[in-house]
Design a protein around this ligand. Sequence first.
Ligand SMILES: Cc1cc2nc3c(=O)[nH]c(=O)nc-3n(C[C@H](O)[C@H](O)[C@H](O)COP(=O)(O)OP(=O)(O)OC[C@H]3O[C@@H](n4cnc5c(N)ncnc54)[C@H](O)[C@@H]3O)c2cc1C
Ligand code: FES
Length: 242
Amino acid sequence: MKKQIYTIAENRLIAADTYKLVLAGEGQVDGEFVHIDIPGYYLRRPFSVCDTDANGLTLLYKTVGEGTRKLAALPEGTELSVLTGLGRGFDEHACRKKALLVGGGLGAAPLYPLAKRLKAQGKDVTVVLGFNREEEIVLEREFKALCNTVSLSTLDGSAGIKGFVTDAIKALQPEYDCFYTCGPMVMMKAVCQLLKGPGEASLEERMGCGAGFCYGCSIRTAGGPRRVCKDGPVFKKEDILW
Ligand SMILES: Cc1cc2nc3c(=O)[nH]c(=O)nc-3n(C[C@H](O)[C@H](O)[C@H](O)COP(=O)(O)OP(=O)(O)OC[C@H]3O[C@@H](n4cnc5c(N)ncnc54)[C@H](O)[C@@H]3O)c2cc1C
Ligand code: FES
């Protein structure tokens, strides 16, 4: 874990209630998520790393409460204290040749760097993304530029297949030897029940320290209690007690 100061290079509305935050700082970051100190709040807020390079990192976030609304109001040039190198992420080596990535809403964000790693290893990547409505769609262009197949579903039918990601998966009948999912719990449960074979899901919990010390994010798993921030957020599907 590293604590670093990053400068907001971009903080822009890109979809309904959804912002792209580009943080400039030194070096590519490790880890699945970062923990950001939003001025005025005691607890940091966790966000998945959506992209990273030598100049810093990109996050996507939704304004759901006070902290994220405050973050959305911060102008370019604001300095933020960020903990990096957090979390155990998706294991791209669990996939032999063909991966299926299933994202719901901003659950698409941590699947994007995974898709990049899988493609760099020469693997086939099929992506299924689900949103409530067209105005909420993010990363469609980015995934299309990178992956073999991208299928989209919206609950109201305003884009792609009308329905849930599970409807889009049934329509697509994708070939895969490992699947990866991130999104609302109810969606991931349905995906894990539908899909056969090995799979991993990224869980969310309210967090205190974000680094394994406070046990505030503990959950029960098939292997006993685990901390989402340190032992996860990604868990194998058979370990998750829905
Ligand atoms: C590992 C991890 C990765 C995440 N990645 C992203 C991301 O890439 N983009 C994004 O927009 N959000 C992400 N989240 C959720 C994000 O941390 C919360 O939305 C944020 O902390 C809310 O802060 P707030 O002060 O605006 O909301 P609050 O005022 O604290 O809460 C508002 C609402 O959001 C819910 N909420 C708050 N924190 C969480 C949480 N950690 N998990 C689930 N629900 C929560 C509350 O129950 C409440 O309903 C992630 C969470 C985790 C644990
Ligand atoms: S948030 Fe403190 S142990 Fe996970």
